[in-house]
Write a protein that binds this ligand. Structure first.
Ligand code: SF4
Length: 296
């Protein structure tokens, strides 16, 4: 008899082939349910070389290549020595094997500094700096590739953590930017994001990656340790172990109230007065960051 590789919340057991089928159909259902692919869409993948983005890229490539189209991917090299350089190698090998054209954009080339340099100068949360640079460059370069959507590898755990973090910090307006498809307010320069892995857990992604034999490292970014997110992640995992279904409960109730949050909190997107990129404020976060960095 085939080995059991996974048992779900309802105690249903899965062999390798059953799990792969279950996982892929859950992702495809998410894509259909939220209309992630619309007619005429050009999807660009945001890839990092880690398990989530590689899994998302593999499933999307399978769907898109059956239509006779070719996918392109963007990897943002934020300049995290000893970490990003290793995932870049994994991403290059993966994309070559899958026939995906990979574009690597370096923050050092674009802004003349990487995250490691920024942390020596600025007393800021590394993930805030990293996220600002990444979002900015992804949008800018996906637009150059004429993308209409950017697919990211966010999974259910990532999203549940972010929802709780925003709640704990009283930042509900930030939650308006979450959800399986984001950036609903139209702006010609802003590329909407889709999250095909929205309803699969981190554990499920790890099992899928292992069963599929993807050559990725399961190492964590050195800046991810001892952060607010890592604390929320640990507590959420403890809750899930004690009370199975906690993470799904957070996500499902969030999706129910998301339209009301967006109605109330969604900021109008304008062009940044300095760089002309789309922004929720008159000067975008990237231009503010550049100013801080150059002042020091
Ligand atoms: Fe960037 Fe933070 Fe993620 Fe590291 S943990 S890659 S610094 S967002």
């Amino acid at each position: 008899m085939d080995k059991i590789v996974y048992i779900d919340q309802s105690k249903k057991k899965y062999t390798k082939s059953q799990f792969i089928k279950y996982f892929e159909s859950k992702v495809k259902q998410t894509i259909r349910k939220f209309n992630m692919f619309e007619k005429g869409d050009k999807i660009v993948l945001a890839i990092s070389g880690g398990k989530d983005s590689v899994t998302m890229a593999h499933i999307l490539n399978d769907i898109i290549s059956k239509r006779g189209e070719q996918l392109e991917a963007i990897l943002i090299d934020e300049g995290i020595q000893g970490y990003r350089n290793t995932t870049i190698e994994d991403a290059k090998k993966f994309c070559k094997k899958e026939g995906i054209k990979l574009h690597i954009i370096s923050t050092k080339k674009e802004f003349k500094f990487g995250l490691d340099d920024a942390l020596k100068k600025l007393n800021m949360n590394p993930c805030t700096i990293c996220g600002t640079m990444r979002r900015y460059l992804l949008n800018k370069y996906a637009r150059k590739l004429k993308a209409t959507k950017i697919a990211t590898g966010h999974n259910l755990d990532d999203e549940a953590q972010t929802i709780l973090m925003n709640q704990f910090k009283g930042n509900i307006q930030l939650s308006a930017k979450l959800g399986p498809v984001t950036g609903v307010k139209e702006h010609e320069k802003f590329i909407r994001r889709i999250k095909p892995l929205y309803f699969v857990t981190e554990k499920e992604v790890t099992i899928y990656t292992t069963l599929k034999g993807f050559q990725v490292k399961f190492t964590e970014c050195p800046n991810a340790r001892d952060t607010f997110r890592s604390e929320v992640r640990t507590k959420l995992n403890e809750m899930e172990n004690k009370f199975p279904g906690t993470k799904n409960g957070i996500i499902n109730s969030f999706i129910d109230i998301l339209p009301r949050i967006r109605e109330k909190e969604f900021a109008k997107i304008v062009n940044c007065k300095s760089c002309q990129e789309p922004s929720a404020r008159s000067i975008c976060s990237m231009c503010e960051l550049l100013e801080k960095y150059n002042q020091k």
